[in-house]
Design a binder for this molecule. Structure first.
Ligand code: HDE
Length: 678
């Protein structure tokens, strides 16, 4: 019914007690009291979006009868949720962590969930260890510290005693754990799954997502600052890109392994702590995923979406990977407590587009009004409905794998090489990626209070690579291992280094332009337009919001006040010409810090005319600055002396080109900035 107002409760007199009779107030407050549901036990923090998947062609038909993978005329709707693992729902986005990459395909044959991560391996290879691992990485139980951090005693205690974690720990200490954007990270199905064709023949498969914008990471110092400046950094980035029509896109790839090759590898295909190197089995591109719609309501959609590894469709099946087998139990079980009953698949975000006919009835939150007299099979009263044997084509058939064996609680020997692929990962990194890893190990172990924990991990690292262990040890105050205990096999997989797959695009990259009154409007406009034409997002930042007057007296609108933003929220920075503008900026601590910090984080920095003086004055060192109007580009710093009014035409185009190259390179890793204050 309609009510006049709900500002005041019903009371006995204007200043009297609230009456129990006020059913309206009670109902409002009661509903509010029950608004929270348990957060996910892992992956609590996330962001989601809708989109579609389409296969390029029908070439997978030989391997699978899954229509969404083989019919190029089918656009399958999807919902994707990205997440961090360890932190609570309200924790920061940019912590060092694995990222979840879970995709629900609403296929005509039923929902298929590919519940993957941005790293291709996992910490453990048997699901029975998952509660132990999660207890170890989550905040410590006595004081619930630290939030969303792996840098504490219990995780590293677990790692030191559980060497199967080492390969994944290498990934976690690498730049992969610090994605620049959900839109710029890879995804992996992790397990070996099985494709099954119409004839019932199986083929092992590993799933890969490759981002069209390339795989890029933040640097550690930056991630920590973003966690304070904008804890929603990755969530906001996804939302903004979709709102702006710059739809994130990934390519789905598969590694196909014939069943006859099951034992052809020096590791076990059922072991989720191992990759199949791309150089050994190439990734074959099969289709594309596009995210083009933000949810309307975070809770209803992103929070209530329920992924489940056992949501599969004809043409896809499991393997005996013991991690996957445990997940097939866990994901349904967890929704029962989290979403409060067995009918969560009726929630709009979970509802399949495929028609549902079954005899499941009643339960909490039942919202389907099932009609008819029968809810059992077999029946004659309703003509056998809803599940008449043989009534549907394309039914799911379990893959007929032959199994035999004694009941036994013992892991196969083929799972027990804990180190070779950790070494492979280390060998495959570039120098700068290795440097980042060594710093990461030093930071994380340096946060451990117990020296025994530190020593045990260094001991384990010595099994991965002697140089790695000897580089980490002195930073964390434990003796470096004297001897190599396991010779490095020397093999590498170039595909593992992010730096081996450069991208040319600057689409959606964020460029900050620092301006104040007196800025050279002509030069500025040329560069801004040039960057925007290439798809970059350019924002003008000034000491105060509103607008500035350029050197010709024209008003130039400002996008943000400097003090509301920070360099860590941008990919690059430009300081345009304008003597008075530059004077104002040089006297503004935010502006000076902004430029130096961007420089420290190896971002593309550009300046023209008197803007170059600002770089010199604030201590940007060890790069070559332009001596004349020719565009100089050195270590990601792009300069020209072109003064007010001179940066036009061809010169402006060359300047933009060089700046864009610097932005596309993501970071100028050769730049040494250790001496720049953080
Ligand atoms: Fe999960 N995992 N997981 N996991 N996982 C959950 O399910 C679990 C594992 C992954 O955006 C939970 O609905 C077990 C591997 C993602 O909603 C829970 C084991 C991989 C998400 C659960 C694993 C993942 C989850 C928590 C070891 C990468 C977020 C809430 C056997 C391939 C999905 C929920 C979303 C979420 C259990 C291991 C990825 C408790 C028992 C390996 C992306 O069911």
């Amino acid at each position: 019914m309609r009510i006049g107002q709900d500002d005041d409760s019903l009371s006995a007199g204007e200043r009297g007690p609230t009456l129990l009779e006020d059913f309206h107030a009670r109902e409002k407050i009661t509903h509010f009291d029950h608004e929270r549901i348990p957060e996910r036990v892992v992956h609590a923090r996330g962001a989601g979006a809708y989109g579609y998947f389409e296969p390029y062609d029908d070439s997978l038909r030989e391997y699978t009868c899954a229509e969404f993978l083989t019919d190029p005329s089918t656009r399958t709707p999807v919902f994707v949720r990205f997440s961090t693992v360890a932190g609570s729902r309200g924790s920061a986005d940019t912590v060092r962590d694995v990222r979840g990459f879970a995709t629900k395909f609403y296929t005509r044959q039923g929902n298929y969930d590919l519940v993957g991560n941005n790293m291709p391996v996992f910490f453990i290879h048997d699901g029975i260890k998952f509660p132990d691992f999660v207890h170890a990485v989550k905040p410590e139980p006595h004081n619930e510290i630290p939030q969303a951090q792996s840098a504490h005693d219990t995780l590293w205690d677990f790692v030191g005693l559980q060497p199967e974690t080492l390969h994944m720990m290498m990934w976690l200490m690498s730049d992969r754990a610090l994605p620049r954007s959900y839109r710029m990270m890879q995804g992996f199905g992790v397990h070996t799954f099985r494709l099954v064709n119409a004839a019932g023949r199986g083929t092992f498969v590993k799933f890969h997502w490759k981002p069209v914008l390339g795989t890029h990471s933040l640097v550690w110092d930056e991630t920590q600052k973003i966690a304070g400046k904008d804890p929603d950094f990755n969530r906001r980035d996804l939302w903004d890109a979709i709102e702006a029509g710059q739809y994130p896109e990934w390519e789905l790839g598969v590694q196909l392994i014939p069943e006859s090759d099951e034992f052809a590898f020096d590791f076990d295909l059922l072991d989720a702590t191992k990759i199949v190197p791309e150089e050994r089995v190439p990734v074959r591109p099969v289709g594309r995923l596009v995210l083009d719609r933000n949810p309307e309501n975070f809770f209803a959609e992103t929070e209530q979406v329920a992924f489940h590894t056992a949501n599969i469709v004809p043409g896809i099946d499991f393997t005996n990977d013991p991690l996957l087998q445990a997940r097939n139990f866990s994901y349904l079980d967890t929704q029962l407590i989290r979403l409060g009953g067995p009918n969560f698949s009726q929630l709009p975000v979970n509802r399949p587009v495929a028609p549902v006919h079954h005899n499941q009835r009643d339960g909490y939150h039942q919202s389907t009004i099932n009609t008819g007299k029968t809810s059992y099979t077999k029946n004659a009263l309703s003509g056998g409905c809803p599940v008449a044997d043989g009534a549907f084509p394309e039914v799911f058939e379990h893959y007929q794998e032959k199994v035999e064996g004694a009941k036994i609680r013992r892991r196969a020997e083929s799972f027990k090489d804990y180190y070779s692929q950790a070494t492979l990962f280390w060998n495959s990194m570039s120098d700068v990626e290795r440097e980042h890893m060594v710093s990461a190990f030093r930071f994380e172990l340096g946060k451990c209070v117990d020296m025994g924990v530190r020593a045990r991990v260094v001991e384990q690292l010595n099994h991965v690579d002697h140089e790695l262990a000897t580089r980490v040890a002195p930073g964390v105050g434990v003796p470096a291992p004297a001897e190599e205990v396991r010779p490095n096999h020397g093999a590498s997989s170039p595909a593992l280094s992010q730096l081996n797959a450069p991208t040319a695009t600057i689409a959606t990259r964020k460029v900050a332009v620092l301006v104040a009154d007196g800025v050279d409007g002509t030069g500025l406009a040329g560069v801004v337009d040039g960057l925007r034409e290439r798809g970059a997002i350019v924002e003008l930042l000034a000491p105060a919001d509103g607008s500035v007057r350029d050197s010709a007296g024209t008003e130039v609108p400002v996008d943000r006040a400097l003090n509301t933003m920070a360099s860590v929220l941008y990919d690059a920075v430009l300081v345009p010409c304008g003597p008075s503008s530059v004077e104002t900026l040089a006297a503004d601590g935010y502006a000076v810090h902004f430029v130096l910090e961007a420089f420290k984080h190896a971002k593309a920095v550009a300046a023209f005319g008197s803007g170059v003086d600002l770089l010199r004055r604030i201590g940007v060192r060890e790069v070559r600055f332009a001596e004349d109007t020719n565009v100089e580009s050195d270590l990601g710093v792009v300069t020209t002396t072109a003064a007010a009014g001179d940066l036009t035409g061809e010169l402006s185009a060359r300047f933009v080109e060089a700046f864009a190259d610097g932005i596309a390179a993501h970071r100028a890793w050769a730049r040494r900035t250790d001496g720049v204050p953080a």
